[in-house]
Design a protein around this ligand. Sequence first.
Ligand code: PLP
Length: 224
Amino acid sequence: MEIAKNLSVILEHIPGMVKLVAISKMKSVEEIMEAYRADHRIFGENKVQELVRKQEVLPNDIEWHMVGHLQSNKVKYIAPFVHLIHSVDTTKLLRTIDKEAAKSGRRIDCLLQVHIAREEVKYGFLREEILELLVSGELENLKSVRIVGLMGMATFTDDEDLIRSEFKSLKTLFDELKKHYLAGENSFNEISMGMSGDYMIAIEEGSTMVRIGSLIFGERSQPQ
Ligand SMILES: *Cc1c(COP(=O)(O)O)cnc(C)c1O
């Protein structure tokens, strides 16, 4: 009951164009099914093992997103089914995803994770590294991945101005890439930013996809 209600409250507060990824890490399949029965279909996890375990037992029409740091040697476990990988943080990882997607006969949609926070968040490309990747021409050889946008995590802080400025920097980079480097790419459209504590700010700053866990499922027993 609670989960369905939480979902509907959030959906009332976000524009229809913004996608809601329900982050179900550390939550049970029963809890996920509660959201599923309330017609939710997009779920995100941050650990490969947990994602695979849940995908195996839950309905096939769920769209599974990987949002956590991903090691190259684990890509093969999710390549057969994952819908979107938010956390591509190195060119090496992108190459591995391409290879494993090809093996599965799929093309996998990816977001490049950008380092926008002051500290804390360890992973992500710097702007210069993304430009390097785009001008290298390598993407043309990676035919089994598609870069559909960017993802960022703001600093974990109460300072709303800082959070807002970090989200603005992601939007600015997105606009720059779309205009100058990926102008022909109709599929480069997503900005994944915003979590339980900051999703309203993220939407004001141009988010197209929010990743919300605790506001839907309740607090997790351990922070992660
Ligand atoms: C856990 C997690 C979220 C959701 O966090 P909440 O604060 O519970 O909404 C979003 N994105 C990533 C990458 C996460 O690991």
